[in-house]
Design a protein around this ligand. Sequence first.
Ligand code: SF4
Ligand code: SF4
Length: 348
Amino acid sequence: MKTYKMSKDRFPEFIELIKTKGQLYGPVKGNGKYSFEEIEKFEDLDFDYQRTVIGPKKFLTPSRYPTLRYDKSGQTDVFVSDEPQIVVGVHPCDIHGINILDRLFLGNIKDPYYEKRRNNLIIIGHSCFPDDNCLCKSTGTDMVEDGFDLFFTELDEYYLVWVGSDKGLSIAIEAEDFLTEEITEEEIQEYVRWQQKRSGMFKSEIPSFKYLADIIHLNYDSKVWEQFGEKCLSCGTCSLVCPTCNCFNVEDRISMNTEDGFRERILDSCTLPCYSMVAGDHDFRPDRTSRLKLYYTHKLKEYIGRWGQPSCVGCGRCVTYCPVDINVITVSEALFEDVCENPEVCDL
Ligand code: SF4
Ligand code: SF4
């Protein structure tokens, strides 16, 4: 991987340069929360954040979008335009989230709508420091090696700029006035100290994370699921904010005149009441307990069986936003305590 160095005072000029490449988005603060918004000027950007409410999945699997239009003469697929979307300030956990979406949507059977959006997207990552809800050290997603075009690690006076793709390299070549490949030994040491400092700042972890898949499997009928099911509001917030949740529904919207219509995809959530409703109005997960169990067994167990890693990237959004405190920490803790009455003795 090619690595450059950029003085911090050149960063605004770099942002101006990439703004000429397409629609630019980045982290913006509003009402005390962060979101990825379109950027008019460098001053709008605020890189001092831990998590946006919704991650960059909104560029790839928006909550609602049309896929097909039709009338009596035929049908046409609806794709986004060719204009690139550039998103700056993406953190390692969210880039891992995109890698998981890529695996699902660009595997053996490619999703053409996702593929078009993904090919149009330029991802410029940015380093971060954790807050109390960040869990990415537990999930091994606190660092990232692929899935981005460029990645900026912010040190005191300069950025280390990692190149992750051909698109990223083209941008770096165009920005050569701002970049140098000369990185001194002292600067490497500064980077190592930065890593150590950051690593020491993580305060939260997912309890017994290494053993969770086995615990879920062996204690599949745990009473814990009912306890959480009782509390769950079926609001769907956890799926909306989770960077790896991607289930969608497909609906046809026919005009009142019945002459034409369109088809759209709508983000769905396995925690919502109608998620498992099938033809004939049969609902094979009618209760909150079974839906919540699906959410967590899929993330923390089933995905590992298929892909060798959980589909939780430790972003902490479920910890931050579930209104009744159901999240990867509380669920893991309860599952662990259920199989080990004295967690201090049973110290996995
Ligand atoms: S677990 Fe929390 S966020 Fe998810 S549906 Fe239930 S109440 Fe809502
Ligand atoms: S399960 Fe929670 S912590 Fe894990 S990726 Fe989803 S929102 Fe983030």
